[in-house]
Design a protein around this ligand. Structure first.
Ligand code: FMN
Length: 159
């Protein structure tokens, strides 16, 4: 059987279209932290559980892995610039953005089509990622078209 190289694996899995989220939390000093993540999925209705995952090479790994709560912002198709901003290794990701305080002082962004505020109830190390499982404590849901990610590029629904 042909060896599965990382490049081949990436290319193949890139064929799975996803939405795009921004995960936010506070680090132990109370500073807002956040990253763009498309590895996000629903798990359970009762209780309402979702999951996302973080690369253990991410500079934010320790801080996000330790967070007791997280906010998941599902982005709309006009929020690509924000996705790009939160996918950079930068200290000033929140500069100039208005932040509301949520459950457990979660830093909430205004930009989303759905916002989940979660308590982290489980974590699983798997390969080079950590899977974080959150129980939704609050949901804010608006209508709007999602930002999509497919084959390494942002896409929009053809409506
Ligand atoms: C569309 C998109 C989806 C991403 N999804 C994930 C993800 O699910 N998990 C992850 O660890 N990194 C993901 N990343 C990469 C992180 O967003 C990025 O490495 C990180 O935010 C860089 O910031 P940091 O260096 O401060 O961690 C994604 C990037 C993009 C552009």
């Amino acid at each position: 059987m042909a060896k599965i190289t990382q490049q081949k694996f990436r290319l193949a899995l890139g064929q799975f279209a996803t939405g795009v989220t921004i995960i936010t939390a506070r680090n132990e000093d109370g500073v807002p932290i956040g990253m763009t993540a498309n590895c996000f999925a629903s798990i359970s209705l009762d209780p309402p559980l979702v999951m996302w995952s973080i690369d253990n090479a991410s500079p934010l790994y320790d801080e996000l892995a330790a967070a007791s709560h997280c906010a998941i912002h599902i982005l709309g198709d006009d929020q690509q610039a924000l996705s790009h901003r939160f996918a950079q290794d930068a200290d000033d990701k929140f500069n100039g953005l208005s932040i509301r305080s949520g459950i457990a002082d979660l830093p909430l962004l205004d930009q989303h089509i759905t916002l989940l505020q979660c308590e982290v109830v489980d974590r699983h190390k798997s390969g080079d990622h950590l899977i974080v499982i959150g129980q939704a404590l609050d949901i804010q849901h608006e209508s709007g078209n999602p930002l999509l990610y497919f084959s390494g590029e942002y896409r929009r629904l053809r409506t």
